[in-house]
Write a protein that binds this ligand. Structure first.
Ligand code: FES
Length: 166
């Protein structure tokens, strides 16, 4: 018998209550129950990165993360990065560099970049490649993606300098 439980999840700063078995992949709850469609279903095996979110600021692959494992933790999806109409500097950089072809991998690329810049605001190209090496892009936009990450680091640094001045 499948045991359904009620969970309250903290997503993008808001509480959401869902009824689901605790082993349900978080991705299914995000997309099917709560309509957060930023995270994508790619491989379903934890290998491509398309389904990534941040959990307490660290990248997590939601296709293999049971919903019962994120109780009391802060989940941030792609939708939670922008501030109203204002895109996050990482999102702006990916748009500026046109770092997409089909765009399916971009959720994972952006969320992984966000986590990278939170722990290392000025990564080298080698560190960027290392951070993104398990995020798959079948279109081959890797050159633009790396440029976007470098631009995102510059944008984020400029914004935090402005914050220092004010
Ligand atoms: Fe989750 Fe590929 S869909 S890692």
């Amino acid at each position: 018998m499948i045991m359904v439980k009620q969970f309250t999840l903290k997503i993008n700063g808001q509480d959401f209550t869902v009824d689901t078995p605790p082993e349900t992949p978080l991705l299914y709850v995000l997309r099917n129950d709560l309509m957060f469609n930023g995270p994508k279903f790619g491989c379903g095996l934890g290998e491509c990165g398309a389904c990534s979110v941040l959990v307490d600021g660290k990248v997590a692959r939601t296709c293999v993360l049971p919903v019962g494992r994120v109780l009391g933790r802060q989940v941030t999806t792609l939708e939670g990065l922008a501030n109203g109409e204002k895109l996050d500097p990482v999102q702006e950089a990916f748009v500026y560099e046109q770092a997409a072809q089909c765009g399916y991998c971009l959720n994972g690329m952006i969320m992984t970049t966000k986590a990278l810049l939170m722990r290392n605001p000025a990564p080298s190209e080698a560190e960027i490649k290392q951070a993104l090496k398990f995020n798959l892009c079948r279109c081959g936009t890797h050159v633009e993606i790396i440029k976007a990450v470098m631009r995102a680091a510059e944008n984020s640094a400029a914004i935090s300098k402005q914050g220092d001045i004010e």
